[in-house]
Design a protein around this ligand. Structure first.
Ligand code: NDP
Length: 278
């Protein structure tokens, strides 16, 4: 029976180290500051942002959420980002995605100064990550890396990533490659997904489809990281059949309480990093 990787507890202990760093910064007169732009009324986005506000308050980061209804124009959003980029007392800028259709997400992401891009989505930061340089890393992939490192060494391990999105799948594979793991990417066009996933020492699933990965698709002893968040009959579940897969895996993340808390924690980590640079 697999160990259940307690993302909540691992995140809580990481946050303790962040609290100490924030106290030291505050003693030097630096208050880490994060601003979140939230547009529209998507309930999931509002819930994620509340989680970020709570984590910031807990750690001692000064956070502010600026809310707009979805009639705001792209130009107004870009001008707001320009003013935030110019604010020397502000360390982190986050625009909660998804954005309404009339606003170009790429244009918005690229307008944020790479130095304040605490989501780690700006091409400059993505490029630095690709080169293995120190930079602001994307939060979910960074959180996954931290979770897996609590379980095993990475050198030479075969990591199979299911999903190739810009925010999770692609970058998480890159982070593991930088750690000298062997990485295979799968996606919706992959032929015989199970044949790929059965090779994984570490299986990372980021698709958004409940029950996609069953126990027959998992090698005995694998570490399974379930990134998916799906609402089924009013309940949150991942992409992995948790009850079945925990019989064969050596470790598995639950949903909720696995990757999610680490994502928010790494956002806090990035904000503290930027504040520490000053
Ligand atoms: P996207 O929708 O952007 O990407 C989904 C990926 O899954 C795509 O690459 C797609 O392939 C692939 N895919 C779709 N169907 C299949 C299939 N049948 N077999 C194999 N691959 C498939 O999603 P995100 O990466 O943004 O998010 C993935 C999930 O993770 C979602 O449930 C999301 O809610 C969750 N999430 C959780 C976070 C957390 O902190 N816990 C943070 C971010 C996301 P293709 O490219 O070919 O279309």
């Amino acid at each position: 029976m697999a160990v259940v990787i307690d993302g909540k507890q691992i995140a809580a202990s990481y946050r303790e180290t962040l609290k100490k760093r924030v106290s030291a910064l505050r003693a030097r007169g630096i208050v880490p500051k994060l601003k979140v732009i939230l547009i529209g009324d998507d309930p999931a986005s509002h819930s994620y942002v509340r989680g970020k506000e709570r984590a910031a308050a807990d750690i001692g980061i000064d956070s502010q959420v600026i809310r707009f209804d979805d009639t705001i124009s792209e130009r107004e959003v870009l001008e707001l980002i320009d003013s935030m980029n110019a604010d020397d007392a502000l360390h982190g800028i986050l625009v909660q995605l998804p954005l309404p259709k009339h606003i170009d997400e790429n244009r918005v992401i690229m307008r944020i100064s790479p130095d304040k891009d605490v989501d780690g989505f700006h091409p400059t930061n993505v490029g630095k990550m690709m080169l293995g340089l120190e930079t602001l890393l994307p939060c979910t992939p960074h959180g996954i890396l931290h979770l897996v490192k609590t379980q095993t060494d990475l050198v030479g391990k075969h990591v199979v990533v299911v999903g190739r999105s810009q925010i999770v799948g692609k970058p998480v594979g890159m982070l593991f490659l930088n750690e000298s793991a062997t990485v295979t990417y799968c996606h919706s066009k992959t032929v015989d997904l199970g044949a790929m996933t059965r090779q994984a020492d570490i299986l990372i699933v980021a698709v958004g489809r409940a029950g996609l990965v069953t126990k027959e698709m998992v090698k005995p002893g694998a570490i399974v990281i379930d990134v998916g968040v799906n609402r089924v009959d009013g309940r949150l579940v991942g992409d992995v059949d948790f009850e079945g897969v925990r019989d064969v895996a050596s470790a598995i993340t639950p949903v909720p309480g696995g990757v999610g808390p680490m994502t928010i924690t790494m956002l806090m980590h990035n904000t503290v990093e930027v504040a520490s640079r000053g």
